[in-house]
Design a protein around this ligand. Structure first.
Ligand code: SME
Length: 158
């Protein structure tokens, strides 16, 4: 199978997701390995959207530990309730932060990050990780991202 992605140049975020989603589903559907699938999802999102950083943190014992990602090096461990990722874990809900400088306790892995979305990965009612995306632009993420990223999360065999 060829692993080339078709990247569309569209002004519409929705159209970009609609092109990308079936490709991501196809890319990971035949593979059982979680690390491989999270790595390819990160790469596909980075390639289509060019965000500053996108990737996963996975719950290990009482912390989130850095998983597959694309972008600048990042902090490796985040405690429950800390930063945007730890808060999304503690509250079991998606967080969209328009301006990370206004988010109390935001963990600045990169000073270039201006806005962020974090979605929990939930298995049997328990958060087992988060999907985190950072943009260099303010207020970059919205409900469209939340909807489609949540759809991508449903493809993952956690
Ligand atoms: N900003 C995140 C930390 C992870 S990095 O953005 C990759 C947070 O506040 O939890």
């Amino acid at each position: 199978m060829a692993e080339d992605l078709i990247i569309i140049q569209s002004e519409s975020k929705m159209q970009q997701y609609q092109s990308l989603l079936p490709q991501i589903e196809a890319l990971i559907s035949g593979e059982e390995d979680l690390t491989a699938n999270l790595a390819n999802i990160s790469a596909a999102l980075k390639e289509q959207f060019g965000w500053l950083w996108v990737g996963f943190y996975l719950v290990k014992k009482d912390e989130l530990v850095l998983g597959p990602f694309q972008g600048p090096v990042a902090c490796t461990r985040i405690k429950k309730g800390k930063g945007v990722c730890g808060k999304a874990w503690a509250d079991i809900k998606t967080l969209i932060v328009d301006d990370v400088d206004q988010f109390p306790g935001h963990i600045a892995c990169s000073s270039a990050s201006r806005s962020e979305i974090v979605l929990p990965l939930i298995k049997d009612g328990i958060v087992v990780g988060v999907l985190d995306a950072d943009s260099a632009d303010l207020a970059h993420f919205d409900e469209t991202d939340e909807t489609y990223l949540n759809q991508i999360i449903t493809y993952i065999k956690l």
